[in-house]
Design a protein around this ligand. Structure first.
Ligand code: KDG
Ligand code: MG
Length: 429
């Protein structure tokens, strides 16, 4: 037994305190609507270094804003901005209630803002901290759509003129009034461009008929291939509407047209369902924009049931977590296809581009240019030329937030639509 002594040395602190100036001084949740709603987290260190993170969850923005403002911001002030991994684990595990889009979007915003700060402090574009560039540019696909073939062909030509070299093809279906992804179709409350979320107090109701869609789509792809030739990479988004056997049939029917991918062919909560699709078709499959952790991909990656991971940095816990998912996917020859519609803010898009440039298993990047109003609030430095995106060479993410401009765009309630079948049954949208 050892005796006690009054002169015992003070214990070493378990964790070193932040280096001078690098503690988080403030954390602000910014909710504005320049063209559409965005939720942005801004962290500032004691030395005044700023980091931005995207927390936008389309149609449920205020839930994430509250999660951040009420439950996360109070935990951040005083923390060491350098400790990204520790902060990620702390926010994930200390919440007790794991996973889910609201939690993971909030964690993503903190994670990306901390990576932004670290890279700004290092004086480097973020991709350099992630291992440096693995390629010179990022092949990006744009969204062509039309109500009929002439309109679709015009839209494809317009995208080619804008520099796109890979094209997603979405089309109206005879007998269905409003179909996901078709920009020019009628709308009750002012659809602008492709944007599916509508500013209205209630979600818009759309209609759906899977059999009509399955009959119509292969002919559209045949016409597009005949018009634009065999080389142009073509993609299509099924947007979660098919059963596994319907998806298997569509994949088979589209095989002659050599798709780059068929996206979200089933609602993939049931990962086992993809086995059936995979047994029947060699059309490459992309899934995951509504997933939020690696667990959503466990069977899909381990059994190589998909070819592309569709998660956004914004909805999957940030760069720290999506990097791990993509490294795991790489072991199974699965590539990235990071989600990039306009509801991913320019901050979320910049984060995706830095990650894309650094990883080995990059596949393709979705790219829908943001509206002029959005780009006045978020000043970006990424570039798009001749089919390729690049995150740019500014230190950090390369995005600045203009508060004065943002003040002109207050939040407006907006909802994604939902679907009903002909007999009135609610269907997946
Ligand atoms: O908010 C929903 C949109 O992000 C989604 O509908 C877009 O499916 C989409 C895509 O592939 O971009
Ligand atoms: Mg999609």
């Amino acid at each position: 037994m050892t005796g006690t002594t009054d002169a015992a040395p003070a214990p070493e602190p378990a964790v070193a305190p932040p280096a001078p100036g690098t503690a988080i001084r403030s954390a602000e949740v910014l909710v504005h609507s320049p063209g559409r709603n965005f939720v942005t987290l801004r962290l500032t260190t004691e030395d005044g270094v700023v980091g931005l993170g995207d927390a936008t969850l389309n149609g449920r923005e205020l839930a994430v804003a509250s999660y951040l403002a009420d439950h996360v911001v109070p935990l951040l002030v005083g923390r060491d901005a350098h400790r990204i991994e520790d902060t990620w684990q702390f926010l994930y595990r200390s919440a007790y209630w794991r996973r889910g889009p609201v939690t993971m979007a909030a964690i993503a915003a903190v994670d990306v803002a901390l990576w932004d700060i670290k890279a700004r402090l290092a004086g480097m574009p973020l991709y350099q901290l992630l291992g440096g560039a693995s390629r010179t540019g990022l092949m990006a696909y744009g969204h062509a759509s039309g109500r009929d073939l002439p309109e679709l062909f015009d839209s494809i030509r317009q995208h080619l003129d804008e520099g796109f070299r890979s094209i997603r093809v979405q089309t109206s279906v005879p007998g269905i009034d409003a179909v996901y992804g078709v920009a020019a179709q009628p709308s009750t409350s002012g659809r602008y461009d492709y944007e599916p979320a509508q500013r209205a107090p209630l979600p818009a109701e759309e209609d759906w008929d899977t059999r009509a869609y399955l009959r119509h789509l292969p002919g559209v792809f045949e016409a597009v291939r005949n018009e634009f030739g065999p080389e142009l990479p073509l993609l299509h988004d099924g947007h979660h509407r098919m059963t596994p056997i319907q998806a298997a049939r569509l994949g088979k029917d589209l095989e002659p047209y050599d798709l780059f991918w068929l996206e979200d062919c089933t609602p993939a909560e049931n990962q086992d369902a993809l086995r059936l699709v995979r047994q029947h078709t060699v059309t490459p499959l992309a899934i995951g924009e509504v997933f939020n952790t690696v667990w959503d991909y466990q069977t899909l990656i381990r059994e190589q049931l998909i070819d592309y991971v569709r998660s956004a940095v914004t909805h999957t816990g940030g760069i720290t977590a999506l990097r791990r998912i993509l490294d795991h996917a790489a072991q199974h020859q699965i590539k990235s296809g990071i989600h990039g519609p306009t509801d991913i803010s320019p901050v979320g898009m910049a984060a995706a581009l830095h990650l894309d440039l650094a990883i080995h298993n990059f596949g393709i990047q979705e790219y829908m240019p943001h509206s002029a109003a959005t780009l006045e609030v978020f000043r970006t430095s990424f570039t798009f030329a001749d089919g390729y995106l690049h995150p740019g060479e500014q230190p950090g993410l390369g995005v600045e937030y203009d508060d004065d401009v943002a003040a002109h765009f207050p939040y407006q309630a907006a909802y994604l639509p939902f679907n009903r079948l002909k007999d009135g049954t609610v269907h997946d949208w």
